[in-house]
Design a protein around this ligand. Sequence first.
Ligand code: ACO
Length: 333
Amino acid sequence: MSPGSFKTGARILGTGHFLPPLVRTNEDLEKMVETSDAWIRERTGIRERHIAPDGMVTSDMAAAAGKNALDAAGLAAKDVDMIIVGTVTPDMPMPATATFVQQKIGAPDCPAFDLSAACAGFIYGISIADKFIRSGAAKHVLVIGVELLSRVVDWTDRTTCVLFGDGAGAMVLGPGDGSDRGIIGTQIFTDGSLARSLMIPAGGSELPVTHAVLEGRQNKVKMKGQDIFKAAVRNLYSASQGVVDAAGMKNDQVDWVCPHQANLRIIDQVVQRANYERSRVLSNIERVGNTSSASIPILVDENVRNGKIKPGHVVLMCALGAGVSWGSALVRM
Ligand code: ACO
């Protein structure tokens, strides 16, 4: 197959995002834990992150991003026939956050479900949406990545609380139009041997919430940062290269690389290994921190709206998170 002559899958019809207005800076964190702006910027690239106000829930942010994406696509909520919400910070354990999103945007009785793949949740979501659309089983799928991590972060643990932010991003996927625009390929993977490297231990069947559990902060994020760091560099490189190779393309045919915004050093190492020009790698980690499954759709939408990502551009997305689960998607916008 010659480069660029592949059959494409679902098209991205519209993108959107939502960031809560309240910003927490590194200087704010210096007053909460023993840390410094210099350490956080040097080790992660993060300067500030958005925090949802009291009373705002995950599905509020998801619905705002979803509506934003539907508007961009020129579609109404009644046109949606599947809602997939990637999140590890749902409104509640049951029912799915997607059910609240369906109500808040006013979508019809379409299937609406959550997907738990942490930071890779959005890539998993568009991979599934693409399969439904290619098979003809769905026409317009709303895929949302959303996290309200500030509610599950331990604000006394400096090794994790400096990393995360709140936000939501969304894309509406629909059938290809016969042109070469659309999803060229996706790849998704999980290595469960690292499952305990990043987790919220309590709140499930293994460790139900008790007073002792709450006192031990077992209902908050625990992370072996270096294990995740190494897995991220290794797997983000292989998945990014894998999806480009599978398309019969070369890295220099990728217009924009949109990596998961977890740590600028992870991004730099992956980009160096794959030999991408730094000017083609998009990043907003400095302003938003790690928003897990929301990270990629926020980044893509910001750059669609500021005119960098244009129709016809080839965009490579890749993400890794708890599980560890990871994946990549190659799209001609
Ligand atoms: N401020 C100041 N010092 C700190 C802080 C902080 N916020 N956090 C840790 N330190 C200290 C440590 O205690 C340690 O001190 P010591 O040497 O006295 O023991 C020192 O800094 C170095 O700590 P390391 O953990 O070795 O620092 P590292 O360079 O590995 O950076 C980090 C830590 C940023 C967490 C990094 O490992 C990382 O980014 N990991 C990947 C995280 C990630 O990608 N997560 C993605 C998935 S998220 C999801 O799925 C929801």
